[in-house]
Design a protein around this ligand. Structure first.
Ligand code: PNS
Length: 163
């Protein structure tokens, strides 16, 4: 039995929706590694290191997050999963519209690494519309972020967009 799950994503930046999925994953697996995909060609608002630091700050002091680690990877996700000996990938599905992309990605990963399964978790209903891209748009226009991201992330976004 494998008790390690990887929760991969861009996390540019992490939102309340991601944290909801992460808590659910932490309740299902003995260990969860949140892994930030860093794509050299596709630069985000935050660097990989910044995204990792923001996630760690969000998890600080949370009882349910004690078995969670945060790292980053470049290249193919399945190679990172193999390196960590993880057999399960966790992805959040908010709406049916997410599913087509998620299904394609899961099938591709399965073709590349048949031993690695993807499981899908649903966030609480109140988070089903939150996305990192909408959060960045709200931050860009300087509006209130408090119902979308934790305070440390809101502060970091405000600093980025003030520049
Ligand atoms: O948060 P996102 O942007 O929806 O996460 C997508 C992510 C980073 C998990 C996905 O793009 C990914 O795994 N990228 C790494 C490259 C890879 O393995 N591609 C093949 C799978 S389709």
């Amino acid at each position: 039995m494998n008790t390690l799950a990887l929760y991969p994503g861009s996390f540019d930046p992490i939102t309340f929706g991601h944290l909801d999925i992460l808590e659910r994953a932490a309740n299902l697996f003995e260990r969860v590694v949140v892994t930030v995909a860093v794509n050299k060609e596709k630069s985000g608002v935050f660097t990989g290191d910044e995204r990792v630091a923001l996630i760690n700050e969000c998890l600080e002091g949370k009882e349910w997050a004690k078995s969670i680690e945060v790292d980053q990877f470049t290249g193919l996700l399945v190679n990172h999963a193999k390196k960590l000996k993880a057999k399960t990938l966790v992805r959040g599905v908010r709406q049916i519209s997410d599913f087509e992309y998620e299904f394609r990605m899961a099938l591709t990963n399965k073709r590349l690494a048949p031993e690695v399964d993807t499981i899908f978790l649903m966030p609480d209903e109140e988070y089903t519309f939150i996305s990192a891209s909408l959060v960045k748009e709200i931050a860009y226009w300087g509006s209130d972020l408090s119902s979308f991201v934790p305070e440390n992330v809101a502060v970091a976004l405000r600093e980025k967009y003030a520049k």
